[in-house]
Design a protein around this ligand. Structure first.
Ligand code: PPS
Ligand code: ADP
Length: 181
């Protein structure tokens, strides 16, 4: 099973997946997280943030996910994954793919700004530190219309969001396993 997350920088993808991963391992599941930030330092280090590069990034991450998933490992792809077309392609190309939208209003993300990226994207044009392709500010994010699970992290405790994702994964996994009983 492949869980493809999508959501802008700072919505809580890493925070939630780290906790869900620990809990799944503790309860005996085999799980791997494919984290966009981590893979961009290795397998995807040649890629930037153009539409083409983001698409290629998700193509690579989902390919790796499919190989692990074929061994019965639950795989979470934790990336911004901003384009509807690519998310649909992943869902079409591989078996047992679920799409989870982690959401948070942009004004809250600007307040959180854990990596300082929003501050840089909001600098005036021409400023030497300004970034011009931050998802949700000056680059596109297609909000999924019918995700398999929706989590809004604004004003919600991390534990509640983690419980939601954990319960969803455990439920999907038990349905898949019951087909083989
Ligand atoms: N311009 C711009 N836009 C978006 N993100 C940026 C950008 N520049 C750097 N970063 C950092 O890269 C992380 C996103 O990488 P992803 O592989 O998840 O992106 S994508 O799915 O290919 O769109 C993202 O990680 P997260 O904050 O964990 O989402 C950022 O840390
Ligand atoms: N309900 C919540 N779920 C997840 N993170 C939250 C929540 N509320 C506040 N946060 C905070 O938001 C930030 C999310 O950062 P991070 O997990 O790195 O996001 P992402 O991986 O999507 O870029 C963290 O500082 C986290 O403590």
């Amino acid at each position: 099973m492949i869980i493809q997350l999508c959501g802008m920088s700072g919505v809580g993808k890493s925070t939630i997946t780290d906790l869900v991963k620990k809990r799944l391992i503790k309860n005996g599941y085999q799980i791997e997280v494919i984290d966009g930030d981590e893979y961009r330092k290795a397998l995807c280090k040649d890629l930037g943030f153009s539409k083409e590069d983001r698409n290629e990034n998700i193509n690579r991450l989902s390919f790796v996910a499919s190989k692990l998933s074929a061994y019965g490992i639950i795989v979470i792809i934790s990336a911004i994954n901003p384009y509807d077309e690519v998310r649909r392609k992943v869902a079409r190309s591989y078996q047992n793919v679920k799409t989870v939208f982690i959401d948070c209003p942009v004004n809250e993300l600007i307040k959180r700004d854990t990596k300082g990226l929003y501050n840089k994207a909001l600098l005036p044009d021409g400023h030497p530190d300004k970034i011009y392709n931050l998802t949700g500010i000056n680059d596109a994010f297609d909000r999924p219309e019918n995700p398999d699970l929706y989590i809004n992290t604004a004003g919600q405790a991390v534990k509640d969001c983690t419980d939601k994702l954990y319960d969803f994964i455990a439920d999907c996994w038990s349905k898949i396993c019951s087909k083989y009983d």
